[in-house]
Design a protein around this ligand. Structure first.
Ligand code: 26Q
Length: 812
């Protein structure tokens, strides 16, 4: 353990007071909690930065490899509580603040929740930063500093309303701006050929010049030994170009057009709906952070290893690309090595492919990133020449000895049908391609990237996702953490595999009771939050049935909504039918242009409105939609869940990570055999989850057979799913804001593309059986414990160790 940053509450209090005076320019008693929070965060951030500077110069001497994790999203969430835990000073700080009459939890509640990501992929990047630092890996995040995070979600008349997330409003105390490390990036213009002494070279000239300025956030590893850095880029004008004439003529927009255009690049985070593809601003974001990131890596490399042969670059640097969003890393590194550093093509190509690696996060064909060649070439003319040459050489060396090679070549080419195919670019420029759960990787190899797999099977590997046990158990579930630590010590925070030791308590009644009591504490906490924010009273003794994630058709929140409707219908039809008391909890955002998903949100809120106000049923069932799902409220929701809903159409969810967070917090999975659910069921035991529905093979077979007719399923079950379909449009849930014609049309008009009707019966049966088993609390808690004890495998520390060993060639 490194020395503690504060050794006593008194020492902390002293430093805090002086920091507060310096930051706020006021004395403690005259400051509000927001100023106190800021001062505390600044104090910790500065300690971390100092430590970073020290270790940075030590690392310069060592020849330790550095990993750069390129991601357009880092959903870091609030940092304060996490850093106090990682530094091991939570109690000292709480006590020190207490002595000044300040409540640490109140300061923690002041912290903004930076929404610099959409969902799973962005949160994964944040967990990886935490784990790289915990594992002592020199791992640096490279991303974008969006001025506005993902929109805040409000619900009005049941509808999602998007509100700007001005997360920087009060400043972000963790960041430090580094203007001295700014980098210039050029868009547009044209490529000019130069020739001298028989040599020739190219430059890109004119166009729009942008200054990328980095803001660094320190990443504190567990036990405070390793401090890493997240570097987020922001776009600024590269020169003053204020049009005074326009200004004097009153045309203010024209006067500052250049500034506005440039600043737009880092203004917003794009949502992950298919409709947003092809936006030029998105392409600018992608190139900006790739080009600036690579520039900064090269500068660092030259500084750390002055005079080193470029050949050593892949031994000292790894560049990992989170999905295809940073796919330009390959060609950009080539451009720098060849155009700027003067290497020959073959040497540069060898260096590039040995440095770059790629993680795929989706098999949905509509989600694979593509850009029109015309758009691409106009914006990035020099880079495009590199892509063209990479493509030409790829096609040129393509083996033509196997039957059907023409199809394989067509499927794997980078440039085809007037488009730049980013997944193919990523695979070709990388030495490693990985999926994010075993099943997902199999599907990549068998289907999505099959032709690449045939060519280079050695590139492919699986890295099942993980989550930070420190944040998602340590920070978010204090009561369970305390219980666990009381029994097996706190080693699980560093090695979550130690949670296995809890297996010794499967038959320990006292422990199982304590587990139930901890769950109850967390349900009370969430019930209070729900009451405070929504005015809905929920019974903490009811089952908390939880589905929280982005809204997407394939995630099938609609299937869950149908289930709730069906339970309601049964209660009204049959006075003898009494379901187990249940609170159905939903939360999540839909991309603003994704109308189907938004209608499902409205449906759930409309169902809630009807059920919660119907005295015939509301003693038994309640429905709650918690607005604005974000890291901060997620940390209240996961610990309170009894049932974890993981009900995507088999084969569609690459991995899922909320399944892991809920498992680690003792929820039982009600799910399909999709993504990482498969591995969860294997590890915790099938008997400790509730698995239902079509398997991936069965889904494929059903689709291929051509004999599935959704209307037949509806008509054959008039009291079940048929009635649910009907109720979308018959006024049953129209009270709040009308019927759901669009859901009905898309569902039935596409012959139930996501197989909601096909899985309905098996889902309802599974839910009935699972909820019926809740009253045997001893057995329920035992199953919960099986989940907790086996969740260590899903620590992102384990995932990162696998990346380090198998992909980055480093051993922590
Ligand atoms: C692409 C182009 C243009 C605009 C937006 C995008 C875009 C942005 C974000 C496309 C996709 C995303 C995010 C994807 C995502 O979160 N995928 C999830 O990744 C998790 C971590 O691996 C998995 O657990 C989930 O299964 C997967 O859905």
């Amino acid at each position: 353990m490194a020395d503690k940053i504060f050794t006593s509450p008194e020492e902390f209090a002293e430093e805090f007071r002086s920091k507060l005076r310096a930051e706020a320019g006021k004395d403690l008693k005259d400051c509000d909690n927001s100023q106190r929070y800021r001062a505390l965060a600044r104090l910790i951030a500065q300690k971390a930065s100092e430590q970073f500077a020290l270790s940075d110069s030590e690392n310069k001497k060592s020849q330790k490899k550095k990993v750069y994790y390129f991601s357009l999203e880092f959903l870091i969430g609030p940092l304060l509580d996490n850093y106090l835990l990682n530094y091991g000073v939570r109690d000292i700080v709480a006590e020190g603040l207490q002595s000044m009459g300040i409540d640490l939890d109140e300061l923690i509640a002041e912290e903004p929740d930076p929404g610099l990501g959409n969902g799973g992929l962005g949160r994964l990047a944040a967990c990886f930063l935490d784990s790289m630092a915990a594992e002592g890996i020199l791992g640096f995040g490279n991303g974008m500093r969006y001025h506005y995070g993902l929109f805040k979600q409000e619900i009005r008349d049941g509808r999602q309303v998007e509100v700007t997330d001005n997360w920087l409003d009060k400043g972000f105390p963790w960041e430090t701006k580094h203007p001295e490390s700014a980098v210039l990036v050029r868009f547009g213009g044209e490529v000019v050929r130069h020739e001298k002494d028989g040599k020739f070279w190219f430059t890109q000239e004119g166009g729009e010049l942008v200054k990328a300025v980095p803001y660094d956030v320190p990443i504190v590893g567990y036990e405070g030994k390793t401090i890493n850095r997240l570097r987020l880029w922001s776009a600024y004008p590269a020169h003053e170009d204020f049009d005074l004439d326009a200004f004097n003529a009153g045309d203010y927009a024209k006067a500052s057009k250049y500034r506005t255009d440039v600043e737009a690049i880092s203004q917003i985070l794009y949502p992950n709906d298919a409709g947003e593809h092809g936006r030029i601003l998105r392409l600018k974001q992608e190139y900006l952070f790739v080009s600036a990131g690579i520039s900064s890596i090269i500068r660092n490399f030259k500084y750390d290893h002055a005079g080193a042969d470029w050949k050593t670059f892949p031994d000292l640097v790894a560049i990992h690309t989170n999905d295809t969003h940073p796919a330009m890393c390959g060609p950009e590194l080539m451009r720098v090595l060849v155009d700027q550093e003067g290497l020959d093509w073959d040497s540069a190509w060898d260096i590039t492919t040995r440095t770059v690696s790629y993680t795929n996060h989706t098999v949905l064909p509509e989600a694979l990133e593509k850009w029109p060649i015309e758009t691409f070439r106009r914006l990035l003319p020099r880079l495009y020449m590199y892509i063209e040459e990479i493509n030409r050489r790829y096609m040129d060396s393509f083996p033509r000895d196997k039957e059907g090679w023409q199809d394989a070549l067509r499927n794997t080419a980078i440039l085809w049908d007037g488009q730049v195919r980013m997944a193919n670019l990523s695979v070709i420029c990388s030495h490693s391609v990985n999926g994010v759960a075993a099943l997902h990787t199999q599907i990549l190899e068998r289907e999505t990237l099959h032709d690449f797999y045939e060519l280079t099977p050695e590139k492919f590997n699986n890295k099942t996702n993980g989550i930070s046990p420190r944040r998602f158990l340590g920070n978010s579930n204090p009561s369970l953490s305390k219980l666990v630590t009381g029994k097996i010590g706190d080693g699980w925070l560093k090695d979550a595999g130690e949670l296995k030791k809890l297996e010794a308590y499967y038959d320990d009644d006292a422990f199982l009771d304590a587990l139930a009591a901890s769950k109850r504490t967390n349900k009370d906490r969430l019930a209070n939050y729900i009451n405070k924010t929504l005015g809905i009273e929920v019974d903490p003794d009811s089952i908390f049935d939880v589905q929280v994630k982005r809204f997407h058709a394939y995630k099938r929140q609609l299937l869950n909504a149908f289930k709730v409707m069906h339970v309601y219908n049964r209660m009204l039809d049959d006075p003898n039918y009494k379901p187990h008391k249940t609170t159905f909890i939903f939360s999540g955002k839909a991309a603003s242009a994704y109308t189907f998903a938004k209608e499902v949100i409205r449906l759930i809120n409309s169902i809630a409105d009807v059920i919660n106000n119907d005295e015939r049923v509301n003693d038994y069932i309640k429905v709650v939609f918690i607005p604005n799902f974000a890291v901060s409220n997620a940390e209240l929701i996961y610990p309170a869940a009894d049932i974890s809903e993981q009900i995507s159409t088999a084969g569609k969810e690459a991995s899922g990570t909320s399944n892991m967070k809920l498992m680690m917090n003792g929820a039982i999975t009600l799910g399909t055999l999709d993504g990482a659910n498969v591995e969860i069921a294997q590890l915790a035991g099938m008997e400790n989850e509730k698995i239902f529905g079509l398997t991936e093979d069965e889904v494929e077979a059903l689709k291929a057979g051509g004999k599935y007719f959704a209307w037949d399923v509806a008509n054959a079950d008039p009291d079940g799913v048929g009635r649910c379909v009907h109720q979308l449009t018959d006024g049953t849930f129209a009270r709040l804001s009308g019927n759901f014609q669009q859901i009905s049309d898309e569902l039935m008009g596409n012959n139930d593309y996501d197989l909601v009707l096909a899985d309905f019966a098996s889902y309802v049966k599974a839910w009935d059986e699972l909820t019926a088993s809740y009253d045997d609390q001893r057995d329920w808690q035992r199953r919960a414990l099986h989940n907790i004890a086996n969740s260590g495998h899903f620590s992102s520390d384990r995932t990162i160790r696998e990346y380090a060993h198998d992909i980055w060639d480093i051993d922590a």
